[in-house]
Design a protein around this ligand. Structure first.
Ligand code: SAH
Length: 357
């Protein structure tokens, strides 16, 4: 059995027209069903001929993941899903709520991560494998299914409007699968989510940012900078030794030139490590004259790691220094701490949980 969502639209078409010998209008009907929240079997695609539905069901599956655990309640600002893949591996997907019935999903791209950022739980066991395009896409479908179900109690539309590719993994190290999945999410005959409302976050490995810049879709770029110089960044992100801050800024400048879109720089605040006044000034120097937004993220402490959140006073001092230098700053709300939303935390907490069979 093949996972249907691992196929591109063209591959699906080819199967439809050659193997199933079906017509174009049938394919359009089929595509509508695929992205309808709650439709998880071919059987429920009621306007397709029975014989076609049977043939589809004998060839493809529509879902591969199971929810192993969930943290957070629908009434809170975020809910986190621990998902078990068909091969038993586990990933995390987070659903972030706002009050108006719009929701964002935070999506994983790999099982584990090879970057080994010092503060992050995702890379603690290294990188196990890339997710397939279908597995990346399925995370969107799963939360859309979930939101559809929730409409029954809220009696209003619950819309998945935004996506951040900030879950487990380094997105640009699995760019082909990611871009194939996002193509389905953003296309009019797919989920129809605007590419402008999707943010891809990267540590900036060589060639990675260029893949986003050159893909001809207006995805928003976020760069996990976390330090204003290489000495410090090498400590926080070991992979940085192979490329460095200057190279990343050049790549991000190229992205801006190509797309005209402002780049977000993420900066996690680790108490006593990268949160001092001199770091704020150095960061401001780096980003001066760039069309940039700094997203400050107070660290979410991970058990077994020596990092703490700075005091509120220290955070505000950091914000003020950047602002005094004319840098745009937002402070990320810590939606995730109650639900172990820091990258990889829920998965790490469930190391010993028995797999679902
Ligand atoms: N590899 C990509 C995508 C992963 S998202 C990247 O590094 O950009 C990584 C983001 O998760 C980081 O920018 C940081 O904002 C967040 N993150 C990971 N661990 C965290 C922690 N312990 N506390 C707060 N934020 C964390």
């Amino acid at each position: 059995m093949k996972f249907l969502f691992d196929l591109t639209t063209d591959e699906q078409k080819k199967w439809f027209f050659t193997t199933a010998q079906s017509e174009n209008y049938r394919f359009r009907q089929f595509r509508k069903w695929l992205f309808q929240p709650g439709v998880t079997s071919f059987e429920s695609m009621s306007n397709l001929p029975r014989s076609l539905r049977k043939m589809l069901a004998e060839t493809f599956t529509l879902r591969t993941m199971q929810v192993l655990a969930k943290n957070g309640e629908a009434t809170e600002s975020a809910e986190k899903f621990l998902l078990q893949l068909a091969d038993g591996n586990r990933i995390e997907t987070v659903l972030l709520h706002n009050d108006s019935g719009e929701h964002s999903v935070c999506v994983s791209t790999q099982v584990g991560c090879a970057m080994r950022c010092a503060f992050c739980a995702s890379g603690m066991d290294g990188m196990l494998r890339n997710l397939t395009a279908g597995e990346i896409l399925e995370q969107f479908l799963l939360v859309a299914d979930y939101l559809k179900e929730r409409e029954k109690t809220t009696h209003r539309e619950e819309r998945l409007s935004h996506a951040v590719i900030m879950g487990m993994g380094e997105p640009t190290a699995n760019a082909n699968a990611l871009l194939q999945a996002l193509e389905q999410v953003s296309s009019a005959d797919g989920m129809g989510m605007s590419a402008r409302k999707m943010t891809i976050s990267t540590v900036g490995i060589p060639g990675g940012i260029a893949k986003i810049a050159n893909c001809d879709k207006p995805y928003h770029l976020a760069v996990s900078l976390h330090a204003p110089n290489d000495a410090l960044r090498n400590q926080i992100i070991p992979a940085n030794r192979h490329f460095g801050v200057r190279q990343i800024l050049r790549d991000a400048d190229d992205y801006f030139e190509k797309t005209g879109r402002r780049v977000t720089y993420e900066y996690i605040l680790l108490a006593g490590i990268n949160d001092q006044s001199q770091h704020a000034s150095e960061l401001a120097q780096l980003l001066r004259n760039r069309n940039a937004m700094v997203n400050l993220i107070p660290c979410n402490p991970v058990p077994g790691k020596p990092f703490q959140t700075p005091s509120e006073k220290q955070i505000q001092r950091f914000v003020r220094i950047l602002q005094n230098h004319g840098i745009n700053v937002v402070l990320r709300h810590r939606k995730g701490d109650k639900i172990q939303a820091a990258c990889g935390q829920l998965r790490a907490a469930h190391r010993r949980t028995r797999p679902l069979s």
